[in-house]
Write a protein that binds this ligand. Structure first.
Ligand code: TXA
Ligand code: MG
Length: 318
């Protein structure tokens, strides 16, 4: 297999990461940690490999996937960077930012990973194990969150097992530090548009851009992750709760909700709340809650991403 460059020095790569890179090189899927959520990865250059992701997730259709790369330099081979895109990549990669860019001529990400679109989603994750894997594999890795379609994203290895079973090999990198998916920004021609709020706040992005992000919904840009009920626990969610009703379990923020089972962050820290969000929703689900009452969270910083996920989780299911 020509995947591993002969000059590559494996001496400092952990054996389980090498094993995972070999799984990818064989055209199979592997679950791996990122700083946002666990991803279900496959060789982004191989449509046969990418098809296995959709099969494992039970995805109803072929949604475009994020291709993970080792560096900004590797990303520049796959996407056409506008000056704004380059500024964002330089400022926030590795990190929880995905850029949607026109596909570069000579790019290696396959059509299936891009769902046939003229654009490609690219991200350099910051989790050290993800970076090791990308470095060892040497090609882009397509990866959606490692959950079954329509379920909450996994933020620890045990969540992946719970959703996908023990058949998918998993690199265990502990709990995800960010806990919500990456922020998705489309940089096309001269527009810079927010497609999905996430682990990098809009405020931070705007500070680097020096101007506001376009947040109007993009006509014609398909981002199925934006489906209303995408991030769904089994329980019904009641948002902005100020008290617990009979039969409800409470998910608090900042100690506002009396008798809540869990508090996303007793100190009211949004970063801590994001990191705990999916794990706590899964925990309350596992306790058989019919309804989870969730305290209000501020809309600023990471609160925008947390509230976005909570609203989707609360939306009626199709
Ligand atoms: O944090 C994350 O972003 C995680 C980790 C694993 O990197 N990944 C993740 O992937 O959340 P997924 O598949 O659950 O969500 C990817 C989102 C989808 O909403 C998809 O539609 C959008 O990215 N996307 C990917 N490529 C796109 C493109 N070319 N145009 C528009 N949207 C795109
Ligand atoms: Mg997902």
């Amino acid at each position: 297999m020509a995947v591993f460059p002969t000059s590559f020095d494996f001496s400092d790569v952990p054996p389980d990461v090498i094993a995972a890179a070999r799984v990818l090189a064989a055209g199979d899927v592997v679950a791996f940690p990122t700083e946002t959520v666990y991803g279900l990865g496959a060789d982004a250059t191989s449509p046969e490999a990418v098809a296995k992701i959709y099969a494992a997730k039970g995805r109803p259709q072929f949604n475009p996937l994020i291709s993970h790369v080792f560096s900004l330099e590797a990303a520049e081979r796959e996407g056409i960077f506008t000056p704004a895109a380059r500024r964002l990549g330089a400022a926030f990669w590795p990190g929880p930012l995905t850029l949607i860019l026109p596909r570069a001529r000579g790019g290696t990400v396959c059509d299936l990973a891009c769902a046939g679109l003229a654009t490609v989603g690219l991200r350099v994750p910051s989790h050290p194990i993800a970076l090791e894997l990308l470095r060892a594999f040497g090609r882009p890795v397509a990866a959606p969150s490692a959950n079954r379609s329509g379920r909450i994203s996994p933020t620890q290895a045990a969540d992946v097992v719970a959703d996908l079973g023990a058949t998918v090999p998993i690199l265990d990198g502990g709990p995800c530090a960010v806990g919500v998916e990456s922020t998705i920004v489309a940089c096309l021609e001269d527009s810079v548009r927010l497609l999905r709020p996430g682990g990098l706040s809009v405020e931070e992005i705007e500070a680097v851009l020096g101007h506001p992000l376009d947040q109007t919904p993009a006509a014609g840009i398909q981002a199925p992750g934006m489906l209303a009920s995408h991030y769904a626990p089994n329980a019904v969610l009641r948002l902005n709760a100020s008290e617990l009703r009979a039969g409800e379990l409470g998910l608090d923020f900042g100690g506002a909700l009396a008798n809540a089972s869990l508090d996303l962050s007793p100190q009211g820290d949004l970063q801590e709340a994001a990191a705990n969000l999916y794990r706590f929703l899964r925990a309350l689900d596992a306790r058989g809650a019919a309804t989870i009452a969730v305290a209000a969270l501020p809309e600023t910083g990471l609160g925008a991403a947390i509230n976005d996920r909570l609203r989707r989780a609360a939306a009626p299911r199709g």
